[in-house]
Design a protein around this ligand. Structure first.
Ligand code: ZN
Ligand code: ZN
Length: 369
C-alpha cells in the first residue's frame, strides 16, 4: 500500500532534522517554494518554513489561511499567519525561539536575496547568528519516493503523447509558434497544469540554437525541426526532445542523426547505480568524437528532474557523484552546427538497482516528413 503523503512529509522533515542536528544550527529557514512544497505540501507563493528540532512552522500571509491549514493537516506542521510582513515575522520568530540563548539559523544563500537576508537578520537581531546551508533540501529531493516516481512517469507519458501528436502536425508552412501553441494546448487538454518550461520549437538554422524560443518562422522543406517539450502533472515535471526532418535528408545529415541517436543510447546505457554521474556525458562524447562531431556538442548531457525541471544531479563532464536508486535524470546529447541546424534527442530515465526505465516513450528513429 502506498503510504500517505502526510507520512512522506514527516519522513522528509525527519531526514532534514538529522542534518540540522549534525550541523549544530537550531533552525533551518526554507524560502524556496519547491522546497517548501516538498516538505509540507504548501503551494502558496508567499511562505517561509522554519524547521527546528522539535517543531516545524509555516509562516504565510492571510491570502493562504485556508489553503495552508488544509495542506498542513496531518503533517504536524503549525501554520502561523503573522500581521507583520513575512520576512520580518520570520526574523522575529527565529529570535523568539526557545532553547539556547544564542540561536543559529541555517539558510540557503541560493534562495535568498541579499535584501531579503538583510531584512530577516535585522528583524532577528543579535540573538540569532546565520550559517549557510547550501542545497540541503535539494539533496533530499534527488532520491524520489515511489509516489514521486509514479507522478514523474505519468508526466513523461503525457508529454510523450503530446510530442507524438505535435509531430503529426509538422509540415512545410506551419510556423514554430503554431506548433508550440498546439503543444501547450494539448498538454492542458491531457490534464497538465502547464508546460514545465517555455516550449521550444526550432527549425532550420534556428535549430542550431539549443534554447531557441519559437518564432513566426515557417517550416520549410529540407530542414530539421527540434521539439523540446515538458509538462507539469500533479506538481512533477517531464522534459523531452525529438528532432525530425522536413523533406528528405542527405546522407550526411542522416549520418549526423544516427550519431546523435547512438550517443544518446550510449549515454542511457551508462546510467547505472554506482556509476558516476559524469559517465553518461563521457559515453555520449566518446561516440560523437568518434564521428568527428564532438566539437558540436556544446552543453552537458542531462540533469535531474522532479518538482523542478532542472534539479540535481547535473550530468556533466567530470561529475563525481554516483547514481543511486530512484534518481530521475534526463539524457539529452545534441549537436549544433551554425547555419545548418541542430539535432537533440532527450529522454527521462529513472534509475533502479540493476536497471533503468526510460519514461518517455515517443519513437526515436529518424523521421522524414
Ligand atoms: Zn528539454
Ligand atoms: Zn532537459
Amino acid at each position: 500500500m502506498m503510504q500517505s503523503i502526510q507520512n512522506e512529509y514527516r519522513q522528509r522533515l525527519g531526514r532534514l532534522r538529522r542534518r540540522l542536528g549534525e550541523s549544530g544550527a537550531s533552525a533551518l529557514v526554507v524560502t524556496h517554494s519547491p522546497n517548501i512544497f516538498y516538505l509540507s505540501g504548501f503551494l502558496g507563493s508567499a511562505g517561509i518554513l522554519a524547521v527546528e528540532a522539535d517543531r516545524t512552522t509555516l509562516l504565510t500571509d492571510g491570502r493562504y489561511m485556508t489553503q495552508s491549514r488544509e495542506q498542513a493537516r496531518g503533517t504536524g506542521i503549525r501554520v502561523q499567519i503573522p500581521q507583520a510582513p513575512i520576512l520580518r515575522a520570520a526574523g522575529e520568530f527565529l529570535a523568539a525561539g526557545k532553547g539556547r540563548s544564542r540561536r543559529v539559523a541555517a539558510f540557503d544563500p541560493d534562495h535568498l536575496t541579499v535584501a531579503a537576508k538583510g531584512e530577516l537578520a535585522r528583524a532577528a537581531g543579535r540573538a540569532v547568528s546565520w550559517v549557510a546551508a547550501h542545497g540541503w533540501v535539494e539533496e533530499l529531493r534527488i532520491i524520489k519516493s515511489p509516489a514521486e516516481l509514479a507522478k514523474i512517469r505519468a508526466a513523461a507519458r503525457l508529454i510523450s503523447e503530446v510530442c507524438g501528436q505535435v509531430i503529426q502536425m509538422i509540415r512545410p508552412g506551419v510556423t514554430e509558434i503554431d506548433l508550440a501553441a498546439e503543444a501547450d494546448y494539448r498538454m492542458r487538454k491531457l490534464g497538465a497544469e502547464g508546460p514545465s518550461f517555455e516550449t521550444i520549437v526550432a527549425s532550420g538554422w534556428r535549430a542550431a540554437l539549443p534554447h531557441a524560443r519559437p518564432t513566426t518562422k515557417r517550416l520549410r522543406r529540407n530542414e530539421f525541426v527540434v521539439l523540446d517539450l515538458g509538462a507539469i502533472l500533479a506538481g512533477y515535471c517531464s522534459d523531452m526532445t525529438r528532432t525530425v526532418y522536413v523533406g528528405s535528408a542527405s546522407k550526411r545529415l542522416k549520418g549526423w542523426y544516427r550519431a546523435v541517436l547512438e550517443a544518446q543510447q550510449a549515454a542511457r546505457d551508462a546510467v547505472a547505480v554506482g556509476a558516476t554521474t559524469g559517465r553518461p556525458d563521457a559515453a555520449a562524447r566518446a561516440v560523437l568524437d568518434g564521428y568527428g562531431l564532438g566539437g558540436y556538442f556544446i552543453h552537458s548531457t542531462g540533469h535531474g528532474l522532479g518538482l523542478e525541471v532542472h534539479e540535481a544531479p547535473r550530468l556533466a563532464k567530470g561529475q563525481k557523484g554516483q547514481f543511486e536508486p530512484r534518481m530521475v535524470v534526463t539524457i539529452e546529447p545534441g549537436i549544433y552546427v551554425e547555419g545548418v541546424g541542430g539535432i537533440r534527442i532527450e529522454d527521462d530515465v529513472a534509475v533502479y538497482e540493476g536497471k533503468t526505465e526510460t519514461l518517455t516513450t515517443t519513437p526515436r528513429e529518424f523521421l522524414e516528413i
